[in-house]
Write a protein that binds this ligand. Sequence first.
Ligand SMILES: Nc1ncnc2c1ncn2[C@@H]1O[C@H](COP(=O)(O)OP(=O)(O)OP(=O)(O)O)[C@@H](O)[C@H]1O
Length: 298
Amino acid sequence: MTAGGQTGQSTVQPVVHGGSAAGGEAQREDKALDCVELRGVGKTFTHGRESRQILADVNFTVRQGEFCAIVGASGCGKSSILRVIDGLLEPDTGSVRVNGRDVSGPSADIGMVFQQFNLLPWKTVQENIMFGLDSLKLPKAVKRERCQHWMSVVGLAEWSGHYPHQLSGGMQQRVSLARTMAREPSVVLMDEPFGALDALTRRFLQQEVVRLWQEGERTGILVTHDIEEGLLLADRIFVMSANPGRIAATVEVPFEHPRDEALQATAEFAEMKEHIWHLLTAEISKASSYVRSRSGPA
Ligand SMILES: Nc1ncnc2c1ncn2[C@@H]1O[C@H](COP(=O)(O)OP(=O)(O)OP(=O)(O)O)[C@@H](O)[C@H]1O
């Protein structure tokens, strides 16, 4: 992870970039390190005679090895952004590039972890992870090796022969994480991966994710409702507006890892959390007055 800044100051000065055409980012010279690039991405869904613009002029860049979080109100288009990056949803306007190539459909370069574990109930832990490797053109022995490796990394080697219903929610999410990571994608997209877990398990898995990112050169994008989760995991946080969804601000997270309970108890952490909360609520009230203005006087 490329965390920057210090924790020693009494007051944090949040570094915030606006969400204008430059993607809400400072101009940079190191373009070679760009891993995920969205430029002018827009999407409108149409049902019958009704159209709704979900995304408008979404711009951001995530650098190789960086971990970014997207926060925003429910329904503002966070998951749609991940689906656009994953090639599952085609934008109407703009471009999406991953590792310098235009995205035109799902690719082995990109992995996704969902809130629902999506495990096959009739397959064991090992079989579920092997299933994730099925479509890769790799020798069987390499697949077996990767499967063993990732079962150990997520601490489930002893559970390899168990079925999903014999595992806790946290264990099932670890299988799901291992299944994605075993494919060794260079970009991992996470859509509220810890949303269905209890607080303790969530914290434990968040720490696992931080460890995985510190060990390898992976790029991650996490969608979350939880500002604290973003602050504990991400290098930068994209704050979204709604109706239509765009990146309203980009906040650089100034804390070094490990980001633990001691950090969470600091005034600096509370200030950052409040700052992002203010950005979010300002966007939510702007979005609701926009909706009110379009639907006429109450
Ligand atoms: N295939 C689709 N057809 C029509 N509308 C869709 C489709 N997919 C998503 N939407 C709509 O697009 C909007 C954005 O959905 P999306 O799931 O991206 O939001 P989100 O910010 O991830 O929401 P949440 O935080 O509640 O999961 C929602 O209003 C949703 O109903």
